[in-house]
Design a binder for this molecule. Structure first.
Ligand code: UD1
Ligand code: PEP
Length: 436
């Protein structure tokens, strides 16, 4: 099993290109199932979740031609769904169990083929993660759904889903994406209220528009989709990964340095840049060759101020950056209260941070961090994707050697993190039996 070995205490300097967003790429790959013609997706991050999602589509009968970019951090995939009906319409447990986003094929399959069999993803380290909101909305659209032997077995007796006026009882990224995709090929108009507003949903919606779906309200909490009989193909570039970018920002905030992030969307990063600015970091936005660039500066040794953080749906502070920000707060002066409101079990990195020397206490959904703490390297265990990133950040800060074990979690969602950090001067090596 691979692990990362880090010699801490080196500030980060230089420039680093941000890859395409995993969490936008996953639903966009699912949306390729809706296309009557092949779909070209660019800026897919070269991470294991993307390969798994492409395998799910292949298991369903799609072809996917994948090429790597020069540096190997991003992929382009041409996905052709024309062979799907013959493929059995089943997303098997062996693939789904490794990645919850596989549930995102359910809406497209039901909308296009009127039938689907998708393994239930099950619980995971950060929480129970039910899919009731996805299923309830699909049932209202006319699907008959039962759970049998761990699979969601669904069919549409009328042959085609029907448009609905639907209010999600809770804001859900995945449910919004699944129903948005399903609505594109439903009869009539669908109105989705209390929809999630994450930039990844807008990216998916833009892709669907370019395939021929009339969608209004993109970027707002009310999406109106006029169902059409068929969609075509498209050529779509995935937005930059705001969580990868935010992770680099936290790494610089914690370890100190001066780094230019290339190809970012600063508007998507507002909640994290506002927070880090209040902590004492300095930001500058610039036009770059491949899009906007963002510079972050924090002199090593410069005092950071502790601030409170509460995770909420976009445009609030993302749960996917909560762990990384906790590593920053271990270096800030004062008390930081971090409230996690999205997932019930997303503090597993806290115990590992304590092993490195952080001073913190967990009370239900609240973490209280007292800083600054002098961290000292040791062996720590990654428990989930963002927890892994946090331990890497803490390792960059800690005195001596830190080994982060079980980094297959990290490989789900970060493309070349150690190469990118090395490019910024970090002393970090991957050791073990090769990438997952
Ligand atoms: C692949 C992807 O994009 N993953 C992201 C997506 O996950 P995901 O789409 O799974 O997260 P949701 O937005 O659906 O979950 C939000 C909350 O709603 C609950 N819920 C969700 C669905 C449902 O049917 N019933 C229900 O109760 C969840 O348990 C959670 O408490 O959004 C999360 C919240 O921003 C991020 O942390 C994940 O990185
Ligand atoms: C929790 C995450 O992903 P997933 O929803 O795929 O588990 C994440 O990207 O931080």
């Amino acid at each position: 099993m691979d692990r990362l070995v880090i010699q801490g205490g080196v500030p980060l300097q230089g420039r680093v290109a941000v890859s395409g967003a995993k969490n936008a790429a996953l639903p966009c790959i699912g949306a390729a199932l809706l296309g009557g013609d092949p779909v070209t997706l660019r800026h897919l991050p070269a991470v294991s979740d993307i390969r798994t999602m492409l395998r799910v589509l292949q298991a369903l009968g799609c072809t996917a031609e994948v090429t790597k970019d020069e540096e190997g951090f991003e992929l382009t995939a041409v996905v052709d769904a024309s062979g799907v009906a013959a493929g059995g319409l089943q997303a098997p447990y062996e693939l789904v169990k490794t990645m919850r986003a596989s549930i995102l094929v359910l809406g497209p399959l039901l909308a296009r083929y009127g039938k689907a069999s998708v393994s239930l993803p099950g619980g995971c380290a950060i929480g129970a993660r039910p899919v009731n909101l996805h299923l309830e909305a699909l049932e209202r659209m006319g699907a008959v759904i039962e759970i049998d032997k761990g699979y969601v077995e669904a069919h549409v007796p009328a042959g085609r889903l029907k448009g609905i006026d639907h209010t999600f009882e809770k804001v859900s990224v995945g449910a919004t994406e699944n129903i948005l995709m399903a609505a594109c090929l439903a009869t009539g108009t669908t109105i989705l209220r209390n929809a999630a507003m994450e930039p990844e949903i807008s990216d998916l919606a833009e892709m669907l528009v370019s395939m021929g779906a009339p969608i209004e309200g993109i970027g707002t909490s009310t999406l109106t989709i006029r169902g059409v009989d068929a969609l075509g193909g498209c050529d779509h570039g995935i937005i930059p990964d705001r969580i990868e970018a935010g992770t680099f920002l936290c790494a610089v905030a914690a370890a100190g340095g001066d780094v230019l992030l290339e190809r970012v969307e600063p508007a998507h990063l507002r909640s994290i840049t506002d927070l880090l600015e209040r902590c004492g970091c300095v930001f500058t936005e610039r036009e770059g060759q491949a899009g906007l660039n963002l510079r972050i500066q924090r002199e090593a040794g410069q005092k950071l101020h502790a601030k409170d953080v509460t995770t909420t749906p976009y445009p609030g502070f993302p749960t996917d950056l909560q762990a990384q920000v906790m590593a920053v707060m271990t270096q800030a002066t004062g008390i930081s209260v971090i409230r996690e409101t999205i997932f019930e079990n997303r503090f597993q990195h806290a115990m590992e941070l304590e092993r490195l020397g952080a001073n913190l206490r967990i009370d239900g959904g609240t973490a209280i961090v007292a800083g600054p703490s002098a961290l000292t390297g040791c062996t720590v265990m990654a428990t989930d994707l963002r927890a892994s990133a946090t331990l890497v950040i803490a390792g960059l800060v800690a005195k001596g050697e830190t080994t982060v074990d079980r980094i297959y979690h990290l490989d789900r969602g970060y493309s070349g993190l150690e190469q990118k950090l090395k490019g910024l001067g970090a002393r970090i090596e991957r050791v073990g039996g090769g990438k997952v």
